[in-house]
Design a protein around this ligand. Structure first.
Ligand code: FAD
Length: 385
């Protein structure tokens, strides 16, 4: 066990820090107000090699480790949570599902386009009546000659209407529960693909959450990424990395809020003293740092033990629950340290607080992660309904 970064890892951190200060920090507030991050900005992430860091070089990526990616994501998210989330989506999640479980033809066709930024990816799991109970999903993929006919509706899909590809989780047969579920890749240009609008949200506003509908959409069989059967476990295991990536965004946001609040409080005086001279405020800062460090170690553990950017389920869930809840506490305390100014929209901590709030839900709720953790420690699965 070694708690130091290698020289190469430290270089990734330094480069990402410098990039974030120059290319991300000055614009983060604007993207929040505009509720939009321009595609030209996303292209900068691709050009810097940040989309596809975990993709092997033979498919156009950087061939870096999950930990390398997490280190970069943390630095970017210190200034802009939505940019962090966007980079996560193109280093874990759908891209990693294709890398590990897709066909060689899919890897060669799709992954290089993700790394160059030519195409972006979403994951379409959640449905209006199937959120935590994902295996209740009702979107169907019915075999028809050389294609599957897709019918159904997904909501809360990050990047809906803006990203070319969506990896859609669907029911391929009448087998109930997880065994009938597989995943198929759809392109927004296919007939029957309908972007049905945006869902306004509390935070992470620069990347939209939206609704997708599929009506008799003919998807070629070569787009089947994970067939039904016992493969639902593969889909979920590929998603564990996404949780660790999301945890790194939560950590970055919280670190950014801490950094800002510490400087602010150190420079503001009341009662003739700096805010940081009051012990009550010093204890706040100390508690925030303890929480940041604890989250960081849990995230790095999960990332270090990853294979092909697939992380262990237990380690991912532990990191995700702690980091997500920590980020809410730390960003809230950052507002407290800045007083009313922190609550106002002129300082970034209010945005960071709103952005941090999504992680106990997005990527699987904290409660569902706790159920997974309990399953592991009790050595048995507990029926939820
Ligand atoms: C910002 C954001 C981005 C998202 N992006 C995507 C995306 O890109 N793709 C995608 O497919 N989905 C996405 N989601 C959806 C996300 O995966 C779901 O919100 C999540 O799985 C929870 O489902 P739900 O919202 O339907 O809540 P519900 O399932 O309705 O749950 C409501 C509450 O009850 C709790 N609960 C439910 N069941 C249990 C139980 N058995 N025991 C204890 N508590 C329980 C939940 O934890 C939650 O607190 C996103 C969500 C957000 C907020």
């Amino acid at each position: 066990m070694n708690f130091s970064l290698t020289a190469e890892q430290q270089q990734h951190v330094d480069d990402a820090r410098e990039f974030a200060l120059r290319e991300v920090a000055p614009y983060a507030e604007k993207w929040d107000v505009d509720e939009h991050i321009p595609r030209a900005q996303i292209q900068k992430y691709a050009d810097a090699g940040y989309l596809g860091m975990t993709i092997p070089t033979e498919y156009g990526g950087q061939g870096l480790s999950a930990l390398d990616a997490v280190l970069v994501i943390e630095e970017i998210a210190r200034h802009c949570g939505i940019s962090g989330r966007l980079i996560v989506d193109h280093n874990f999640g759908a891209a990693i599902t294709i890398l590990n479980f897709g066909t060689e033809e899919q890897r060669q066709r799709v992954l290089p386009t993700i790394c160059t930024g030519a195409t972006l990816m979403s994951i379409g799991m959640t449905e209006p009546e199937a959120g935590s109970a994902l295996t209740d999903l009702t979107t169907t993929a019915t075999e028809d000659g050389d294609a599957y006919i897709l019918n159904g509706k997904k909501h809360w899909i990050t990047g809906a209407g803006e990203r070319e590809y969506t990896l859609v989780y669907a029911r391929f047969n009448d087998v109930p529960g997880p065994k009938g579920i597989g995943a198929i890749l759809v392109h927004m240009d296919m007939d029957g693909f309908n972007y049905a609008g945006r869902i306004p949200s509390l935070g992470v506003r620069g990347v939209q959450e939206g609704i997708l509908e599929f009506e008799n959409m003919r998807v070629p069989k070569e787009n089947l990424v994970v067939p039904p059967g016992s493969a639902f476990g593969n889909l979920m295991s590929a998603y564990n990395g996404q949780r660790v990536g999301a945890s790194a965004v939560a950590l970055g946001i919280a670190q950014g809020a801490f950094d800002f609040a510490k400087d602010y409080a150190d420079n503001r005086e009341q009662f003739g003293k700096r805010i940081t001279d009051f012990q009550a405020m010093q204890f706040k800062l100390a508690d925030m740092v303890i929480e940041l460090d604890a989250a960081r170690f849990l995230i790095y553990r999960a990332a270090c033990n990853a294979k092909n950017a697939i992380t262990d389920r237990y380690e991912s869930s532990v990191a995700k629950v702690y980091a997500a809840e920590m980020a809410v506490r730390v960003t809230s305390e950052a507002i407290q340290l800045c007083g009313a100014q922190g609550y106002g929209r002129n300082l970034p901590v209010a945005r960071m607080f709103r952005d941090a709030r999504c992680f106990t839900l997005a990527g699987g709720s904290a409660e569902i992660q706790r159920i997974g953790i309990a399953t592991k420690i009790l050595g048995r699965s507990i029926p939820q309904h």
